[in-house]
Design a protein around this ligand. Structure first.
Ligand code: LMR
Length: 353
């Protein structure tokens, strides 16, 4: 039995290696609560030839530790702001977990003052050292961080809307888990699009489109929608001052990065929801199902059908996303205009979540 299983898995790995070229993935904020488990999970993704781990703190130990995992590929540690560009240099995928987490009572928006500079610095480094990379942010507030990064990339002439993502996979992961449990089926069997953004009511799980059908009355659907929207806060409160979701976020981000890598490797028909520059609604950045390809977004799937309840919820969230985008863009512009007059202030840390 063991032999059979192990032969089967070797065949699977061998078949996958035929189509995958070797890839470099950089994790920024790799020493933190999300970055470490994310980096560990990424060691299981086939085809990663170099896993570059960056943080402000010394990364040698974590890199050495992860390099002993019996998988192919090298793990290299990079430390400090001066090593950010070498870390992302030539990367196919850059995933960013750096930043401060929420404390009880905070909204994700409150993190912009602390985390906005992460978007600026990483987008600058990517523009300089790996302009062709797929760049994916976990850092909150995602609804503002992605527009900030887009503006910085634009200023450097390297913005390609197909290559910039805010990771919203945790909203999908939570929806699958809560619905799976409620229907008494495996979460793996649940398929559900989650659109909008990644904060409070901007998170809109389209329960009407859930497969298999989630047959409940409106009151229960509203209750479940609310739980998904507030699930991050549920973890923040449970951690009682010690941060926000790290392990489930790492799981979700690794799932998303794995899909990006598979798409780069030529796997077709991959669809993931993510927060991206979009023309599907009148919000300039919007999360929706995307068909992924080797250059990032291959095709924006049309907006899924919606119930009346979901249509109303969409109307309520769009003005918030528009305002978040304006704030993100303004943050970048303020930073960039300051930069043209004076050197980058040293007091803007690239913090660790
Ligand atoms: C989450 O959804 O768990 C993350 O965005 C972290 C947070 O602050 O809620």
């Amino acid at each position: 039995m063991f032999l059979l299983t192990s032969l089967k898995s070797q065949t699977k790995v061998a078949a996958w290696r035929v189509v995958v070229r070797t890839l470099k993935v950089a994790v920024v904020g790799a020493g933190g609560g999300i970055g470490q488990p994310l980096s560990l999970l990424l060691r299981r993704c086939p085809g990663i030839d170099e896993l570059a781990l960056h943080d402000l703190t010394e990364m040698k130990g974590i890199a050495a530790d992860l390099s002993h995992v019996s998988q192919t590929g090298n793990v290299v540690g990079f430390t400090g702001e001066q090593e950010l560009e070498p870390a992302v240099s030539g990367a196919d995928v850059v995933v960013v977990a750096a930043g401060m987490p929420r404390l009880p009572g905070m909204q994700r928006d409150h993190l912009m003052a602390a985390n906005g500079n992460v978007a600026v610095k990483v987008a600058t480094a990517v523009s300089n050292a790996s302009p062709g990379a797929l760049l994916a942010f976990i850092t909150n507030p995602v609804n503002m961080i992605v527009p900030t990064a887009a503006e910085v990339l634009r200023a450097h002439g390297t913005f390609d809307p197909r290559r910039l993502f805010g990771i919203t996979t945790l909203d999908v992961v939570r929806s699958k888990k809560f619905i799976g449990d409620s229907m008494n089926i495996s979460p793996d069997e649940v398929n559900i699009p989650v659109i909008g953004g990644h904060a409070g009511i901007t998170i809109l799980p389209l329960i009407s489109q859930c497969q298999p059908r989630y047959r409940r009355d409106l009151q229960e659907i509203q209750k479940l929608t609310n739980r998904i929207q507030e699930a991050g806060t549920e973890v923040v409160n449970a951690k009682a001052g010690k941060g926000s979701a790290t392990l489930s976020m790492a799981y979700a981000a690794a799932t998303f990065v794995d899909s990006l890598l598979r798409a780069i490797g030529g796997q077709e028909e991959l669809v993931e929801c993510a927060f991206v520059a979009s023309e599907l609604t009148d919000a300039p950045f919007f999360a929706s199902p995307l068909n992924l390809g080797k250059d990032g977004i291959k095709r924006y799937m049309p907006l899924p059908q919606m119930s009346d309840y979901e249509k109303e919820a969409l109307e309520k969230l769009l003005p918030i996303l528009r305002q978040n985008a304006d704030e993100g863009v303004n943050f970048a512009r303020t930073f960039l205009s300051g930069q043209s007059r004076a050197p980058v202030p040293a007091a803007l840390p690239l913090t660790t979540n």
